[in-house]
Design a protein around this ligand. Structure first.
Ligand code: SF4
Ligand code: SF4
Length: 181
């Protein structure tokens, strides 16, 4: 499975229109593929892709994404860094930028300051968003814009969308639109 980040970025850019049509089609298929069924399909498609991709050799999300934090995340960071909460906030957390996005806090720096090569230096204490990324389910249908934006950055997302194109085409063939009478 291709995990070369330059190639994934180029492929995702070249297929952007195709993936946008996919998202539009998924919106239209709400009756044939309700949210729970769509999430189940995504989990089925994603499982072998996630198993085949070694995130410890990639870390592109850690280099490129905003990491939003909760107070609980900040407390865990303090534990890992052996710093009091005020010091963690002063050094690492941008509350103002996060507030503009309706969030509690955000790590200040890109790449993430806790990234060591391609590994997380405080993995057991990492924030919740790091644990769930790329967060394909639940609610795949309602987070499609974020997923689409991640296709050029995350090989898992790219390959899930690639496989989903084929799965949705098969579904459309099995549910052809009714002909006008
Ligand atoms: S805290 Fe760890 S997992 Fe989260 S972005 Fe930083 S390096 Fe990556
Ligand atoms: S979640 Fe995606 S971008 Fe992050 S390390 Fe894994 S493959 Fe790379």
């Amino acid at each position: 499975m291709d995990t070369d980040l330059d190639r994934i970025a180029a492929l995702a850019a070249a297929r952007r229109d195709e993936f946008e049509v996919l998202c539009y089609t998924i919106d239209l298929l709400e009756d044939e593929l309700p949210d729970a069924a769509l999430d189940a399909l995504i989990d089925q498609i994603a499982a072998p892709i996630i198993a085949a991709i070694d995130c410890t050799r990639c870390a592109n999300c850690c280099r490129s994404l905003d990491v939003y934090l909760t107070p609980e995340d900040a407390a865990r960071l303090g534990e890992a860094l052996a710093l009091p909460p005020a010091e963690v906030e002063a050094r690492h957390i941008d509350r103002a930028a996060a507030a503009r996005m309706g969030e509690w806090g955000r790590l200040r720096a890109h790449p993430c300051p806790f990234l060591d090569g391609t590994l997380c230096s405080l993995y057991p204490h990492r924030p919740e968003t790091c644990r769930t990324y790329p967060a394909l389910t639940p609610d795949f249908r309602w987070t499609l814009d974020d997923t689409l934006d991640g296709a050029g950055r995350c090989p898992i997302i790219y390959h899930v969308l690639d496989a989903l194109v084929i799965a949705i085409e098969a579904l459309e063939r099995s549910h052809p639109p009714e002909s006008p009478v």
